[in-house]
Design a binder for this molecule. Structure first.
Ligand code: HAM
Length: 465
């Protein structure tokens, strides 16, 4: 037979596999629980949207829109050989009225989608603000490395409408820190900044000043920063290049050039954070890489991630809904990089295990994975025992215990070997004797102890452990 080539996941994408996916689920469940206590509801926007939505929201000159989006042309359904009848029913266009192809992009982020949905569903008519969260994959064609993928996952939240009260900024950050606290993730650092707003006496004046100062040192900067002097001077402040750091340190700081309103807002956000016991560090260079931000910006870095250590980013974006065709609307939110969060939790668990001398590579998870019900392997022998095994498995699963039942009979030694390989904590042994006596054998595979139990006592016993 011809040699068939095998397939691999596309560069920058990966399969998330058990047992790691259990940790992902727990992280997501924790987010759902914490966000619900702040009265956020879940939104599930589509994974692709019109390219123009991201271009307008995130900004045409940003790396995300300029270089990183997965964009394709979606032909009208009438030109597709597979779906001519579907289109007739859609009521939008028909084969006799071909519409032009639309440019579509896989979402690189979800704030734009949430704002689009806010407008599309007239959410401004709901009690304000509207508080929404989302969990799902995003797509950016970045150079893959540890903590940086082309398909990655975000857990994000947005507050839309209502006021721009600094208490809202602080509460959003408080929610975020509560979530990280619940996960027991240590060593996080929260950086905050204000980048002012788009009025002549505020950010534009600062950007003009920054630009003129950058022009003076242009020759000493790298190619990217030189280009950004013209396209987006604020982004020069983001540079991680060592040789640019002393130059950047001498540049004017935005905090000294905010208008009075933005200055007051920023001061009040800090007071509100203190009121909530949230520790922060002011970082005047935190400008963020998306165009829609104004006033408050923030970022959280975590340990164990190398250079890709930003585990969350967010900020205020009061003009965005209007920019997308909606009414003037306040907005603030954040997105956590779930892949990086998981890496950091695993790294923390690895360090803790190493410190205790109990390194458990490669399945090391996190302290989150505790109190899981034990896996029970049913070692049945003989035709008569099989029906009992099936019944026992059903009852145990109904009671919430994970159960493995071999589909065909195994010799006793082989069954216990299999139970061990699967990581079962108990073997329920059902042989001829157990069936005839009505007393089942429960073997603790960790210490080797065995117990005889009647069918009604089994679940009560397992629950009591
Ligand atoms: P962002 O800073 O572009 O903000 O992304 C947020 C987080 O997503 C980052 O801090 C990082 O943890 C994670 N992330 C970004 N790119 C990648 C990647 N290629 N691989 C792995 N993780 C990645 C936003 O996306 C904004 N929409 C956040 C926001 C919501 N602002 C207001 N509301």
């Amino acid at each position: 037979m011809a040699n068939k080539s095998q397939f691999q996941a596309i560069k920058g994408t990966r399969d998330l596999l058990p047992p790691e996916t259990a940790l992902w689920n727990q992280v997501e469940q924790t987010a759902r629980e914490v966000f619900a206590t702040f009265h956020f509801g879940e939104i599930r926007p589509p994974i692709f949207e019109s390219t123009e939505l991201f271009a307008r929201a995130v900004g045409g000159d940003t790396d995300i829109v300029g270089k990183e989006m997965y964009t394709f042309s979606d032909q009208p359904a009438s030109t597709s050989p597979t779906a001519p009848s579907e289109e007739k029913g859609s009521g939008e266009s028909s084969a006799s009225q071909p519409s032009s192809a639309t440019s579509i992009s896989l979402r690189p982020e979800a704030t734009a989608s949430v704002c689009r949905a806010y407008i599309e569903h007239s959410m401004q008519q709901l009690p304000q603000p509207v508080k929404l969260y989302y969990i799902g994959p995003m797509f950016r064609r970045e150079r893959p490395q540890k903590g940086r993928y082309r398909q990655f996952y975000q857990i994000g939240a947005e507050v839309l409408g209502g006021q721009d009260a600094p208490a809202i900024d602080a509460e959003v950050i408080e929610m975020l820190m509560t979530f990280f606290d619940k996960l027991n993730l240590k060593g996080l650092e929260l950086d905050i900044n204000s980048i002012g707003h788009n009025a002549p006496n505020c950010r534009p004046a600062y950007v003009a000043l920054l630009k003129s100062e950058l022009e003076k040192v242009k020759d000493k900067l790298g190619a990217d920063s030189q280009r950004r002097i013209d396209t987006n001077p604020l982004r020069v402040l983001d540079s991680k290049l060592d040789f640019e750091q002393p130059i950047i340190a001498t540049l004017p700081k935005i905090a000294d050039h905010l208008c009075d309103d933005c200055k007051r807002h920023y001061e009040a956000v800090k007071t509100q954070l203190q009121l909530r016991g949230v520790f922060y560090r002011e970082n005047w260079r935190l400008v963020r890489g998306l165009d829609y931000y104004m006033r408050t910006t923030f970022e959280i870095t975590a340990k164990g991630l190398g250079s890709q250590n930003a585990v969350c980013g967010g900020g205020r974006y009061d003009g965005l809904v209007e920019l997308l065709g909606g009414p003037p609307t306040k907005g603030i939110g954040f997105a956590i990089g779930e892949d990086r969060l998981i890496l950091s939790l695993q790294e923390q668990a690895r360090e803790a295990a190493a410190a205790q001398g109990t390194a458990t590579e490669p399945t090391v998870q996190s302290p989150l994975i505790t109190n899981q019900p034990p896996l029970i392997f049913i070692a049945w022998m003989g035709h008569n025992a099989y029906a009992t095994a099936v019944r026992a498995a059903k009852d145990l699963r109904t009671a919430g215990f994970p159960v493995e039942v071999p589909p065909t009979e195994l010799k006793f030694g082989k069954a216990l070997g299999q139970a061990d390989k699967l990581g079962a904590q108990f073997a329920l042994i059902l042989g001829e004797n157990e069936i005839s006596e009505g007393l089942w054998t429960l073997k603790n595979l960790t210490d080797g102890n065995q117990l005889k139990l009647s069918e009604p006592d089994l679940i009560a016993h397992l629950r009591s452990l």
